[in-house]
Write a protein that binds this ligand. Structure first.
Ligand SMILES: [Fe+2]
Length: 343
């Protein structure tokens, strides 16, 4: 029997236990607005029409929007690139997106989109190409830098909902979606639940992004058993200069649950660091945001389940209220984005 996302959420099953190994795509989508700039195509670009890939731009041809738009009626709205031809794109693409995120003259929705794309591309790079001892800390540095820019956006009330609404969830592999979704939604939730110093906030975001890194393809360690992946992720990150005690606790305890049913240690209640309870709650909110036909009472039931499983008896915070507020803001930003795109 299969169950829908709502049932999985309600049953308390973590979404990331369902897929241990994902198929690596041959093609990935490149958001058109990040590349259609009139300059030369860095690699061949395609659209998918039916089951075929049709080449729109040959490497070296100018990336003109009009040409892409002629294919839009027949095909998908994204441009596709062959995974084996794009490795250098991540470097330049991320730098451009980061510049967009940091540009104070741009509106909040545009800056948010730059930040989200940069985080998604950094995640996609880890997912597609993996990492080894020689390049891992360079890849972590890149995410750290993106998060330093994103921190300001997450703390800015006007931008935060757009960050959540901008995620291209349907076009990303699940593991990348969970990295980015839990980091951004987790950051927003932390902001609502508790006021913490900026370095703690940074540690939280970085730890949330890399919490499952040991489950990705890499040349540093073998794939751990699922219930040892928090410890294995921490071992891979060990030695990175920005690691703090808060970082360590978030990575090691992100699957612990106040009722004692979590892993790897089965810690209980207040023995679990509050910030470590947030990433999995955020993963569930990520799933919840994808559901468009949920009644308010079903939503309340699910939020109460999440609160009970993740935060039970934590005093001084009201997670259901905060999570509901966050969903409302993100849905509002999603609606505004849809209206603007259609106009
Ligand atoms: Fe995990």
């Amino acid at each position: 029997m299969t169950s829908g996302p709502a049932e999985n959420l309600a049953s308390g099953e973590s979404p990331d236990t369902r897929e241990l190994e994902e198929a690596r795509p041959q093609f990935i989508s490149i958001p058109p607005e990040t590349i259609l700039n009139g300059q030369k195509a860095p690699f061949d670009l395609y659209v998918i029409i039916g089951s075929k890939q049709v080449r729109v731009f040959k490497q070296g041809e100018p990336l003109e929007r009009e040409r892409f738009e002629r294919y839009l009626e027949k095909g998908d709205e994204a441009l596709m690139a062959r995974v084996d031809g794009i490795d250098s794109f991540f470097e330049t693409g991320i730098v451009e997106m980061l510049a967009q995120a940091a540009d104070q003259s741009l509106g909040p929705a545009v800056r948010a989109r730059g930040a989200v794309r940069a985080l998604e591309f950094a995640g996609l790079d880890l997912f597609l190409f993996g990492f080894d001892r020689d390049n891992f800390f360079t890849k972590v540095d890149r995410v750290h830098q993106i998060l330093q820019v994103t921190l300001g956006l997450i703390q800015e009330d006007r931008t935060r909902p757009y960050l959540i609404a901008s995620r291209q969830t349907e076009k990303m592999p699940n593991s990348v979606m969970q990295m980015v979704g839990a980091t951004l939604i987790g950051g927003a939730l932390l902001h609502k639940l508790q006021s913490v110093p900026i370095p703690t906030f940074q540690s939280f975001l970085l730890a949330t992004y890399f919490r499952d890194i040991s489950l990705m393809k890499n040349g540093i360690s073998d794939r751990p058993s699922y219930d040892m992946h928090p410890e294995a992720s921490m071992r891979i990150m060990e030695g990175y200069p920005a690691i703090t005690e808060q970082f360590r606790l978030v990575v090691q305890q992100h699957h612990e649950s106040p009722g004692g049913s979590g892993f790897p240690k089965g810690l209980r209640g207040l023995d679990i660091f509050l910030l470590a309870k947030i990433p999995l709650a955020a993963e569930k909110l990520t799933e919840l945001l994808k559901l468009t036909d949920l009644s308010p009472s079903d939503e309340t039931d699910i939020l109460e389940d999440i609160a009970l499983e993740r935060f039970s008896r934590d005093s001084g915070i009201s997670p259901v209220h905060r999570m509901r507020e966050l969903l409302r803001e993100a849905r509002e930003a999603q609606r505004m984005r849809t209206v603007r795109t259609r106009a």
